[in-house]
Design a protein around this ligand. Structure first.
Ligand code: S3P
Length: 258
């Protein structure tokens, strides 16, 4: 064997070790998830991830290729999260609720925690149409926008394990609820009108609220929508005064009980 062949063989041996370690790691990740489920333990433990990161940082100090190795570990952690998410949810998680109920915030937290893909319906529609939601309402009217929502929900049926963050009006159409339930579990997020006002007051991309940013208006519109929201929901989560972590943990526990 010449020198090059010897080096390649050594590299192959390294890859074997990495491969075996990864397969073992993934098995352990699944076992941890099963243990947490079986013992009713908290599923999300972000402090554990922080500990891992800190360990890696310490171990890599003054080593070569620090950034490259860190990138590999980032990818390992991300894929572990995906394995966990797929084990927990073999369907889409559909978040519904009034404007400002926390759908986008919770979606992005679920993305961080489980590396799940997120479909932010308003954003996807705005990108497809090449204009803001307010401009779509103004140029084509609300009905056109509602049709776009229905079409997007139908498109999402070819996927699983995605978080779908619905615009606040999506469950108002019965057809939409039928479509979202075909491969999704529906999570209704609620909040008091005062909390909603506080969350939306500085935003200007909600045409229905633009000139109505006050508690009586919000309470009235919410009242009109409540029945349909509740009828669509598989589970209901109150968000007032809770942290993102608490809300997500409650969602997970309730979905597991479903
Ligand atoms: C709407 C809610 C908005 C957006 C549009 C209409 C509604 O989404 O789809 O302004 O009818 O409640 P968010 O709930 O994400 O703000």
């Amino acid at each position: 064997m010449n020198q090059l062949e010897i080096l390649r063989e050594s590299l192959g041996q390294c890859d074997e070790i990495i491969l075996d370690a990864l397969l073992m790691r993934n098995r352990i990740v699944e076992e941890i998830m099963a243990y947490k489920e079986a013992n009713n333990l908290q599923i999300l433990q972000p402090e554990q991830e922080a500990k891992q990161k800190e360990w890696l940082h310490r171990r890599l100090k003054e080593k070569r290729h620090q950034a490259e190795v860190e990138a590999v570990f980032d990818s390992i952690i991300k894929n572990s999260k995906k394995i966990q998410a797929r084990k927990l949810f073999d369907y889409n998680i559909v978040l519904i609720g009034f404007m400002g109920a926390g759908k986008s915030t919770i979606s992005s937290y679920l993305r961080d925690m489980f590396a799940m893909d997120v479909v932010e319906m308003d954003q996807v529609i705005a990108e497809k149409e090449g204009m803001s939601i307010s401009d779509i309402f103004e140029m084509y009217g609300e009905e056109y926008f509602r049709d776009a929502e229905t079409n997007l929900l139908i498109e999402m049926q070819s996927q699983t394990n995605v978080v779908i963050s619905c615009g606040g009006g999506v469950p108002m159409r019965e057809r939409n609820v039928v479509e979202m339930k075909k491969n999704g579990k529906v999570v209704l997020l609620t909040a008091k009108p005062e909390t909603i006002l506080d969350r939306v007051k500085d935003n200007h991309d909600r045409p229905l609220l633009e000139n109505n940013k006050n508690v009586p208006f919000i309470a009235e519109l919410m009242g009109k929508r409540r029945e349909k929201y509740e009828a669509a929901a598989d589970i209901i989560i109150e968000t007032d005064g809770k942290s993102k972590l608490e809300i997500c943990e409650e969602i997970i526990q309730k979905l597991l009980e479903e």
